[in-house]
Design a protein around this ligand. Structure first.
Ligand SMILES: O=C(O)[C@H](CS(=O)(=O)O)OP(=O)(O)O
Ligand SMILES: [Mg+2]
Length: 248
């Protein structure tokens, strides 16, 4: 099995995903928010690229919510923003969420040619790796990045996924960028919050008042689900138990 890591969404070409499993990462914050929504009982998340697409999809049924951000803030007329804390509430239970964010949902769209599309974050790295390994295909990990720039927290999450994948597949082949992310992760595994807080995207988010979000998104392996895209909806998938992975 081969794993490659793509540094930003704009470096991804749709043909890179053919016949493969894609894992899309946007630690701050889209994929952490998606994992949280599903963990807290949302019925499914529909990721879309534009605000117009999100509004057009909303059918007016009570069991649907519009979520997302532009410039980090809730979009006018939407029910929810992009903070994971908004998705822990009773409000999301049993609801489908139509979500559009600047980087994360765009990266999910970009992976549409993959055979399987999983959503990864630090919160669910072990279960996401377990799900990906169970599909027995080559894997492409896409770091969404921030407005077309590489983001360290996405790279560290890719490294965490690689460490977990190696526990399932000792003969994993990987490209040099993937190897670099694995080494970077191993280097700061014991101090992930500090490493993430030192990076540009987190610094900007802290300035905007989102420090609690950054610290929450830096927690590793606290949830055991792997969002899997099925008919355009991300649903909670609990991967089969396989060989014991690294976890902590
Ligand atoms: O809301 C977020 O965390 C970001 C906003 S920004 O583009 O980084 O300002 O969106 P995301 O798609 O989760 O990266
Ligand atoms: Mg982001």
């Amino acid at each position: 099995m081969r794993v490659d890591v793509i540094a930003t969404v704009n470096e991804a070409r749709s043909d890179d995903f053919l016949h493969k499993t894609a894992i899309v990462i946007d630690v701050l914050r889209a994929t952490s928010t998606i994992v949280t929504a599903l963990e807290f009982g949302s019925d499914g998340v529909i990721p879309v690229e534009t605000v117009g697409q999100a509004k057009a999809l909303k059918s007016g049924r009570e069991e649907e919510l519009l979520g997302g951000e532009r410039y980090g803030r809730k979009i006018a007329g939407f029910d929810l923003g992009n903070s994971p804390f908004e998705y822990m509430k009773e409000q999301v239970k049993g609801k489908k969420i139509i979500l559009t964010t600047t980087n994360g949902t765009r990266a999910i769209q970009k992976s549409h040619k993959a055979q399987h599309i999983l959503v990864g974050s630090l919160l669910n790295a072990a279960s996401c790796a377990r799900a990906a390994a169970s599909f027995k295909r080559d894997i492409v990990i896409v770091c969404a990045g921030t407005q077309d720039q590489f983001s360290l927290e996405d790279g560290l999450c890719a490294g965490s996924l690689l460490e977990e994948l190696l526990a399932h597949e000792s003969s994993l082949e990987m490209g040099d960028f993937a190897r670099a992310m694995l080494l970077a992760f191993k280097q700061c595994k014991g101090r992930l919050p500090e490493a993430i807080l030192s990076a540009a995207n987190a610094k900007r988010m802290v300035r905007q008042g989102w420090k609690a979000d950054v610290l929450y998104c830096a927690k590793r392996n606290i949830y055991d689900i792997a969002p899997l895209l099925t008919n355009h909806v991300l649903e909670s998938y609990r991967p089969p138990q396989m060989r014991q992975a690294c976890s902590k």
